[in-house]
Design a protein around this ligand. Structure first.
Ligand code: AMP
Length: 236
């Protein structure tokens, strides 16, 4: 909390009153949401000393799955994940709520919301703490590009960094062995793509139905990541 001395009176200004940036990044699996948002957050930190984080519910769940206790507790949820199906709202909302409570300067939500219930929760929760959802930024890529990207990508199970087929080593730059995600097989990728088509319509039409100031942007993400990032920075 900051104390402001205004006209001799001390006023308490809660941290929560500060306007933070809350943005949803949308796009098919493999559209580069994780890559672009992490590049953006790094740049914001270096250029403006802002601690905006990229919060991926999928990455959160993959980390949770590695904890044997959690794996046992939520096995049914992780089985759904492996098939490309969504996990329960309760599990992801609890994680997102904690991330929002800890947010210093803002959050880019990656993989959340994934249905109208989550979208409504996000919108109303931000309002209840005096914050707003600024914008929804959609990364557009064609289906064949998604299939090409996902069937050749490797992920670090520890730091979450994603590598494409150009990266020949089996080791992450952080030193850990890279893996192919359990849900990056052709059959599951197709399920995830179909799921995206369903939930993106539902979530976007909910946000668009609100008479609020949320902005919507589409970016062509079928280009080198530096170009995509430039557009992302411009609209953020
Ligand atoms: P992602 O990394 O965003 O592709 O997510 C990987 C998987 O995690 C999804 O296929 C879902 O099983 C699960 N998941 C991630 N985010 C959510 C969410 N908001 N709601 C439900 N399930 C989710």
């Amino acid at each position: 909390m900051h104390k402001l001395n205004i006209g001799g009176l001390f006023m308490i200004k809660k941290e929560t009153c500060k306007n933070k940036d809350f943005v949803v990044i949308f796009g098919k699996p493999g559209s580069g949401k994780g890559t672009i948002s992490s590049m953006f957050c790094k740049e914001e930190k270096e250029m403006h000393n802002l601690n905006i984080i990229s919060f991926s519910t999928g990455e959160y769940l993959r980390k949770l799955k590695q904890d044997p206790k959690m794996y046992k507790l939520y096995k049914q949820e992780f089985d759904k994940m492996d098939q490309g199906k969504r996990v329960s709202n309760k599990l992801v909302i609890a994680a997102v709520k904690k991330a929002i409570m800890d947010a210093e300067d803002g959050i880019i939500f990656d993989g959340f919301p994934r249905n109208e219930y989550q979208a409504k929760w996000l919108y109303e929760y931000l309002k209840s703490i005096g914050q707003n959802l600024n914008s929804v930024i959609i990364l557009d890529v064609p289906d064949n590009e998604v299939l090409r990207r996902l069937s050749s990508r490797k992920t670090c199970p520890v730091c979450g960094k994603v590598y494409n087929s150009d990266y020949k080593s089996n080791y992450c730059k952080c030193g850990h062995t890279l893996i192919v995600r359990d849900d990056d097989t052709e059959f599951v990728i197709k399920n995830r793509l179909n799921d995206y088509k369903k939930y993106s319509k539902e979530v976007l039409s909910y946000f668009k139905s609100l008479s609020d100031n949320i902005k919507f942007y589409n970016i062509n993400a079928n280009r080198p990541k530096e170009k995509v990032l430039k557009d992302f920075i411009r609209v953020f």
